[in-house]
Design a protein around this ligand. Sequence first.
Ligand SMILES: [Cu+2]
Length: 166
Amino acid sequence: MRNRYVLPLCAVLAMLGFGAYGDENHGPPSKYWAGLPSDQHAALLGLPALTSEATRTIKVDMGDSMRFKPERIEARRGETIRFVVRNQGQVKHEFVLGTPVELKKHAALMAKFPHMEHDDPNAVSVEPGASGEFAWTFTKTGNFAFACLVPGHFEAGMKGRIIVRR
Ligand SMILES: [Cu+2]
């Protein structure tokens, strides 16, 4: 499900100044995030983790209705969550964690380069009928988001909220 060789394309395009990102520093491993150095972006949301470190598993369903189930997830600061993401649709979907602003920007970039795929530690692309997973430690409180960045899906409403509390 994870397509390791295509991903750097996202970074390369951004570094070349394509899309919405201009000449911002967007190199690996910050290919997903725009506008801030990668460490600062990661710090906005947390840190990648091993699934074996997770203290809770959240199942997320995706479908061609362009909705996630659930659409709202709550976490506690410091919690490591394993996301098991199932695609019940007929087309590919993605689950990408981020901030609302960055997800929106990235969706716009995807509209220009529809064949980019994501293999960042905060994202998983899932083929129809399959499932994927990753773990994430939420180190900051705040309102975050998740979205599907397959072209058109974010715009169709395929997004949700993550609220991280103390
Ligand atoms: Cu989708």
